[in-house]
Design a protein around this ligand. Structure first.
Ligand SMILES: Cc1ncc(COP(=O)(O)O)c(C=O)c1O
Length: 396
């Protein structure tokens, strides 16, 4: 099917919830995609940050194939090895003692929200979760209530009660907003959908102290920042903070749907038998993919190489920003989660469109932020090629 055919079918058959760019993809390898018309496209978006190891990573693909030939699914009323190997890896490589496995970021955050409510009910009947303006936590009813962006909630009122938002990056504002019913603070270490916004140094550590003083849970949404994206396995490792709960999804299965809510022993028991569940959570194939993904991420060369690529890309973007100062306000981000903030939204849209025409896929978020997130395995040559295309798009 050509891109034209795909667009026609989508318009006729799908619930029109996505604003899509008219390009369909048929195959991918590493940092490259091929579109339905045979064009090669360099992927600086990692399929909405879900393929941190690049497309069809051979180790992950081999694990999927092996597992698909062995056992695809069993219920959570029984046991299966891939989910326990995944849990073991997550526990061994994070603060967490226990893991709840699911299929998406929204589902991981739902689990965290339910855990916080159970924890709060058991400690003085508390239920309220403070989250941040500009945040994004998913599209289910609880996660849109947590999300600090009016546009995702519009038309779905009444909202689930028990959420309030405060300014991102302002720990004092969070402390002043606390009420007797507050039980948790939910925050992204770097706001992704909100425009690649990095908080001031020390912010998460201050939130940790506020949580400790007030017996609140610190829940970090690392759905976008996790799995090596910011240069460490989890972004909070660079921020001198240990959360009570962390949520993961997106790149955990390098393209297969896997989510996880990871919690410390102290709080995990708030969710006891029967309190929560997910039919496909812990699925054999998706979890085998996640095990392989984590093994590659943890290999000694992967994250150091991602950090080198990040330094190089950031330097390239900063040079672009200097050369195109009239168009670019700033470069921001952490690791390979970078944002090129343009001064004007229409111009940002035009630059993204021109880049795609020239074979570079980028994403526009928060109206005028070009989100730049190539796979962690990207080579220097492809980095330079992408920067060259971007330069061309900014110049035209
Ligand atoms: C920080 C964050 N949390 C949660 C989500 C929701 O994840 P999902 O779309 O897998 O439900 C996203 C998706 O963009 C995200 O960036």
């Amino acid at each position: 099917m050509s891109t034209h055919d795909l667009v026609g079918l989508a318009e006729r058959l799908l619930v029109p919830v996505y604003g899509r760019t008219p390009v369909g993809f048929v195959r991918g390898r590493g940092a490259w995609l091929e579109d339905a018309d045979g064009n090669q496209v360099l992927d600086f978006f990692s399929s909405i940050l879900c393929t941190n190891l690049g497309h069809c990573h051979p180790t992950v693909t081999a694990a999927i194939r092996r597992q698909a030939e062995t056992l695809v699914h069993v219920s959570n009323l029984h046991y299966s090895e891939p989910q326990l190997r995944l849990a073991e890896l997550l526990v061994a490589n994070s603060f967490a003692d226990r893991v709840f496995l699911c299929n998406s970021g929204a589902e991981a955050n739902e689990a965290a929200i339910k855990l916080a409510r159970r924890y709060g009910h058991a400690s003085g009947g508390r239920y309220e979760i403070l989250s941040m303006l500009g945040s994004f936590h998913g599209r289910t009813m609880a996660t849109i209530a947590a999300t600090g962006q009016e546009k995702v909630r519009r038309g779905f009122e009444p909202m689930l009660p028990g959420f309030r938002w405060v300014a991102f990056g302002d720990a004092l504002a969070a402390e002043e907003a606390l009420r007797p019913e507050t039980v948790a603070i939910l925050v992204e270490p770097v706001q992704g959908e909100g425009g690649v916004v990095v908080p001031p140094p020390g912010y998460l550590a201050e939130l940790r102290q506020i949580c400790d003083r007030n017996d609140l849970l610190l829940i970090l949404d690392e759905v976008q920042t996790g799995c090596g994206r910011t240069g460490t396995l989890f972004a909070h490792e660079q921020m001198n903070v240990t959360p009570d709960v962390m949520t993961l999804a997106k790149s955990l299965g390098n393209g297969l749907p896997v989510g996880a809510m990871c919690a410390s022993e102290r709080v995990a028991s708030a969710l006891d038998t029967g309190a929560h569940g997910s039919t496909f959570g812990g699925n054999c194939v998706t979890n085998a993919a996640a095990v392989a993904t984590l093994e590659v991420l943890l290999a000694p060369e992967t994250l150091p190489r991602a950090r080198v690529a990040a330094t190089r890309l950031r330097a390239g973007l900063e040079a672009l920003a200097r050369r195109h100062e009239s168009q670019i306000e700033t470069v921001r981000g952490l690791g390979l989660l970078l944002g090129l903030v343009l001064r004007d939204g229409a111009r940002a849209q035009a630059v993204a469109a021109r880049a795609l025409e020239a074979g570079l896929l980028l994403n526009l978020t928060a109206e005028r932020v070009l989100r730049i997130a190539p796979p962690l395995i990207i080579g220097d040559e492809d980095l330079e090629r992408g920067l060259g295309i971007l330069e061309g798009a900014l110049s035209s």
